[in-house]
Design a protein around this ligand. Sequence first.
Ligand code: AMP
Ligand code: ZN
Length: 446
Amino acid sequence: MELKLYNTLTRKKAPFVPIDANNVRMYACGPTVYDFAHIGNARPVIVFDVLYRLLRHIYGVGHVKYVRNITDVDDKINARAAEEYPDLELNAAVAEVTAKTTKQFHEDIAALGVLPPDVEPTCTSHIPQMVEMIKVLIAKGNAYEAEGHVLLDTASVPDYGSLSGRSLDEMIAGARVEVAPYKRNPSDSVMWKPSDDSLPGWPSPWGRGRPGWHIECSAMAKEHLGEVFDIHGGGIDLTFPHHENELAQSRCAHDTDVMANVWMHNGFLQVEGDKMSKSLGNFVTINELLADWPGEVLRYNMLRSHYRQPIDWTVKGLEESAKTLAGFYGGEDFSKAEKSFAPPVLEALSDDMNTPAVMTALHQLAHSDDRPALVSSLRALGFAGDLTDPRASGVDEAAIQQRIDQRLAARAAKDFAEADRIRDELAAQGIALKDGPEGTTWELVR
Ligand code: AMP
Ligand code: ZN
C-alpha cells in the first residue's frame, strides 16, 4: 500500500518516497519546558507518534529514526525560573524548571500511549553545533552581527517565505516579528542574543549569549538527521516564523534546496468552541485531564479528527470516545496480541493519516466480530486495552478516608507526631493531603 502525505511545502498530497528506505528520518519540534503541557501540545505528540508507528510498520522498526527535541533554552523558561525560584541563582532555578517540566511531560505523554522518540536532544547539549552553524551562515553572507546579536539576513535567502506562503511585506506586517533598531529588515530573526550575568549564557565569538529558538532546531536536526531528511513536523502555528527560519538557515548553511522533503503540520485544538487561553479560563493541561479520564480515551478522542483539521475538544467528545473504546475492549489481554494494522486500517492511515476513516474501519471490525484484527490494530495504533486511570490503580478510597479520620483524631488529641506519621505514610503511597477550611482532601501525586 502506498503511503501518501500532504506536504505544506508543495501544498499537495503526494506519495511518500524516503531518501533511504533503510533509514527514514523524521523530526518534530518538541515542547518548550517551562510549564505543564496543555492538551493542544498533546496533539502533535500524538499525531507524529501515529506516523512514527506507521513508518515503523512500513519500513521496519530499526529503519526509522524519530527525533523530537526538548527546548530547554528559551526566555519563557528564564522568566518562569525567576518567578518560581526567586531565592535560587538563576541557572540553578532554570535547571529546576526544565528538569521538573521535562519529567512531567514524559509522564503525561506516556499515559497517552506515546512511544519515546529514538533521540530526544536538548538545546543545552547542542550549543557548540548552534555556534558552528551561525559561524557558517555569517561566512556565507546569510547572517550578520549587530549589537551583540546575530541575525538571519532574510533578504539574502532565496525563496524566503515559501513554506508559509508569505511575502516579505506580509511578514513585516505580521505581528510575530519583532522590530528592533539593529535589524536590517524587520523579518530578520535572532540566532544569537547577548546574555548579561543574570541570564544563562555560553561563550561565543559574539560574546557570552544564548541561541534563538529557530537555530536550536536547525542545529539539532542536522546533528541527528543530517543536512536533508524526510519529514519535519509540528503544529500549524509553527509554520511561520519558526519553520520558515529553520528551513532558511539549514538550506543556506548546507547549500541544499530543502531541509526536509515533507513538512507536516497539525491543525489547532480549541476547547468547547473557544480558543484555549488562560484568560478565558479554559486552559486545560494533559495532567488535569488524566485525573478524570484514562489516557487512552484522550488518545482516541484526539485521533477522531483528521490531523490537519481543527479539533473542538469537548467533554461530550470524551464521553463518546470512552464509550467507543469500552465497546471495543472485550477482555482480551492486549499484551499478548500482536501489533499489526488490519488492511482497511492500514489503507486509511496510508491516505495522509486519515484517522477518522481508521475509526470507521475499527467499527466495522468490531461489528464483523473480527476480534483478533480489531485488537491487533488497536495495539498497533498505541492502545493498550486499559481503561483504568493510570494513576488511580490500587487506590482504596475508603482506606484513605479512614487514615484521614485517624489523623484528625490524633490532632484533636494533640498527638502531632502520630498525625505527621499518618501524613508521611500516605505521602509514601503517592497520596498528598491538603488541609483546607472544608476539611482535609487528598490527591494522587504519583
Ligand atoms: P510550544 O511549546 O508552544 O512550542 O508548542 C509545542 C507544540 O504544540 C507545537 O508543535 C505547537 O504547534 C503545538 N500546539 C500548541 N498549541 C496548540 C493547539 N492549541 N492545538 C494544536 N497544537 C498546538
Ligand atoms: Zn523546531
